[in-house]
Design a protein around this ligand. Sequence first.
Ligand code: GLN
Length: 453
Amino acid sequence: HLDRIAEVDSDIHAYLHIGGEQALAAARDVDESLAAGNAPASALAGVPLALKDVFTTTDMPTTCGSKILEGWVSPYDATVTSKLRQAGIPILGKTNMDEFAMGSSTENSAYGPTKNPWDHTRIPGGSGGGSAAALASHQAPLAIGTDTGGSIRQPAAVTATVGTKPTYGTVSRFGLVACASSLDQGGPCGRSVLDTALLHEVIAGHDPRDSTSVDAVIPPLVAAAREGAHGDLKGVRVGVVKELHSDSYQPGVLASFDAAVSQLTELGAEVVEVSCPHFEHALAAYYLILPSEVSSNLARFDAMRYGMRVDDGNMSAEQVMAATRAAGFGPEVKRRIMIGTYALSAGYYDAYYGQALKVRTLISRDFDKAYEQVDVLVSPTSPFTPWKLGDKVDDPLAMYLSDLCTLPTNLAGHCAMSVPSGLSKDDGLPVGLQIMAPRLADDRLYRVGAAYE
Ligand code: GLN
């Protein structure tokens, strides 16, 4: 994989840092341990991985795609990082992302965009486009992403890879640099549903160092993927969400989705249409809740504690902060900090943030009602196939629309997966099928995903 990175990544730009020596040392440790007669640390011992550059690592920088953290090395490993190391998984490097995980194309990375391996003139999705592109260009067999509003699933969809956003609270956020804490969740990415399940089992689990970590049993995921691989979905009830099927989606995406629904029926699933009327407000609610949390979380980048510091020696502390943040943050991050600060300010709080929280509750209730009738819900992962680099950079609202189908799951704290769903008849580019399930029912994603795959 390091050879493959050397061969193609100067063009694709999936990685921000390559951990060549560390990865080889970790691989040698696995070899030595096996040679000494020890049992492998996990089913994935010795299988290398690409880690999104938003998880802290003591042996590589963590930049979150931002200039403000350029060169910063964390004094501690994220829990996810530690779990990977304990499982004997060598970390090949840290992958490119939209700055602080805000975006859908990796074009908001301060270090330049990643290219989609299917067509180098197109976006690889975002914010975790680096992880998805590393998989699709065979620079890593496994990857880790984070999903706040779709950043694992949409990149998976546009690169024909697999990605799961686990149930909120089941993968530790300790050492995951926060974007929007009530929505962020780390998760596994792979080129097959089974690979993704194996990785998911390595990283999930209760962590006392994350105050929102849930102490609950996660159903067996690998077993569910193996069961699904038999291709029998008899007894599984699948709901097609009416509100996530619109004429505004690309025709090729809708055609691929309709074919997927027919295939699920052929596999024995009982498919019905369900309505989730409040999903149409998910975008508006998300783009108030997320910036509000961002404006608070990113206050920690104050030029005193981490990374970059702009100071001519004659500035007050306040001037240093302002100058550093002005130089260190990119335009999308600044936009969201300003929106969030406005939405949380006295006099506007109830009208914006408070209202958005009410919508969030209504969306959760829509899901609860739907799951009284069905086991999983399905929709396209994204309304669009990968667009041309540059096409939406000047139009944030157009960019936000690509998250339409993925946002409700994050707002409700549920789980969802994107699996490849063929190529669009419009442009021959990848399309993803989104499978959604209730809290702590992540196993259903793997059963249905493996059957469909
Ligand atoms: N594209 C969405 C956004 O810009 C989702 C980001 C994410 O999941 N981190 O907020």
